[in-house]
Design a protein around this ligand. Sequence first.
Ligand SMILES: Nc1ncnc2c1ncn2[C@@H]1O[C@H](COP(=O)(O)OP(=O)(O)OP(=O)(O)O)[C@@H](O)[C@H]1O
Ligand SMILES: [Mg+2]
Length: 251
Amino acid sequence: MGRKIVCTGRGGTGKTTFVALLTKYLPHPLLVDADSDQNLADMLGVDLGEEGIRTISEVLFDIQKERSYEELSSLPLPEKIEYLLNTSCLYESERFDIISIGVKWTKGCYCMPNNVLRSIIPKMADSYEYTIIDSPGGLEHLNRRVVSEVDDIFVILDPSRKALKNVERMRKIASEIGIRFSNLYLIANYRFKEDVEEYIQDIGDYLGKIEYDPLLEKYSWSGKSLLELPSNSPALSSVEKILKRAGYKLR
Ligand SMILES: Nc1ncnc2c1ncn2[C@@H]1O[C@H](COP(=O)(O)OP(=O)(O)OP(=O)(O)O)[C@@H](O)[C@H]1O
Ligand SMILES: [Mg+2]
């Protein structure tokens, strides 16, 4: 079974950037964009809209409203969803595959497809060595429970007391809603000063800091893929060190 990774943290801490940088080091991962902003593909230089790729929410919405897919009407719902996710929602490329959940997928609506989906994403993940989920900011998203068995949760922290408190709340919520994980790793974002790092070490399994990288900022801004950052990029080197500390074998 593949390794499932969730990247989380408060808004704007650098979660999506971290996931994009992980893609550089892990062999052909499945990326799951669980944020409604859907900017993970952009950071990897792909415009999913232009590629004709739809979000899972869009497809589920159509199924719910019985708007389309008459040609699939004989298929039972789980098979129909699985077929559509693989054909309309999955973007495949040499370095990574990516699927986006989209905006309309919230707790309370589309219950039936959601339940089906919970088994389909882990099933898709089974055919990848690594699946990385990019979460929206905050903790509410945990309710979406894209997967309930996680190997590693990476929490990207900003230098604030709130961020540290959030870690405890997250552990609590994860256990309340039944998300099982093997490791919860803490990472300081690029805004940390050295002297604050010691506080993090007291609250959990701290892996290090992601260095500030002006070129990365420029690439993000201009839509250039972060996979093209030069190998001496400070942010890339930080991610490499962090992964090694977490025991990953890198490509
Ligand atoms: N190491 C870094 N050096 C310089 N800028 C960075 C670095 N990491 C992230 N940034 C910048 O910080 C901003 C926020 O990053 P990002 O979008 O990855 O955060 P996020 O946590 O995913 O945000 P959201 O909560 O909105 O999803 C971006 O403009 C990004 O370019
Ligand atoms: Mg993000």
